[in-house]
Ligand binder design. Structure first.
Ligand SMILES: Cc1cc2nc3c(=O)[nH]c(=O)nc-3n(C[C@H](O)[C@H](O)[C@H](O)COP(=O)(O)O)c2cc1C
Length: 196
């Protein structure tokens, strides 16, 4: 059975660069046999949080929320592509994730951070770790940190230069770590229903 992995990306900028990392990871996961799907917050286009998904009457949430809730519930694992704005998470990604809570529970998540500079978005990635834990995900130990992103991945999401080589070397361990926890969590959910 293929691992069903959702890859979340949340920049709304016209000239956004993080989409390169999202596409690189999607390609890499699919190359390993996973059923990986991009969830691009800009495409989903949720308004600023008013009601969480669970605050709507059953079947009464806006279509975009219903579709996404179903995808999250059916996923085995998540990857968060986390850019950094002023040392913190991008608002588009945070806004999308905050719409849900129980839908995220009992699955592993991995963080791939990036930025325009050498710090590779790690400050934002560190903040995301706590956010994902609060939302009931198990955050795997392996991370990817990519920067400067424009000198690591070209417009086709192909690795370039020394940064690209380093990313190619890091990706297998990142994907292996996530795959191991994905299988472990899926088997455990089959063996024993989550306690709440
Ligand atoms: C509002 C804003 C704040 C930023 N703050 C940081 C920062 O704190 N650290 C950093 O390394 N890069 C920072 N950058 C540069 C981003 O890392 C860079 O623009 C990156 O490409 C943003 O991701 P995106 O292109 O996917 O939107 C900032 C960019 C913007 C637009």
């Amino acid at each position: 059975m293929s691992d069903r992995i959702l890859v979340f990306y949340g920049s709304y900028r016209s000239d956004r660069l993080g989409i390169r990392l999202a596409n690189y990871i999607l390609r890499g996961l699919r190359g390993r046999g996973a059923a990986a799907e991009l969830i691009d917050a800009k495409d989903v286009g949720l308004p600023m949080l008013d009601r969480m998904y669970k605050e709507y009457p059953k079947g009464g949430a806006p279509a975009a929320l219903e579709v996404l809730a179903e995808k999250i519930r059916n996923a085995d694992a998540f990857v968060f592509i986390t850019g950094e704005y002023n040392w913190g998470p991008q608002p588009g990604l945070k806004n999308l994730t905050d719409h849900f809570l129980e839908e995220w529970f009992w699955r592993p998540a991995a963080i791939a951070s990036y930025s325009a500079g050498r710090f590779s978005g790690v400050r934002s990635g560190t903040i995301w770790h706590g956010i994902l834990s609060e939302m009931g995900m198990i955050v795997v130990s392996s991370t990817l940190a990519v920067g400067p992103i424009a000198q690591t991945l070209d417009v086709d999401a192909s690795p370039i230069g020394d940064g690209g080589k380093a990313l190619e070397q890091s990706f297998p361990r990142f994907a292996d770590d996530l795959a191991w926890w994905t299988e472990a969590a899926r088997e455990q959910r089959k063996r024993r229903a989550p306690p709440y």
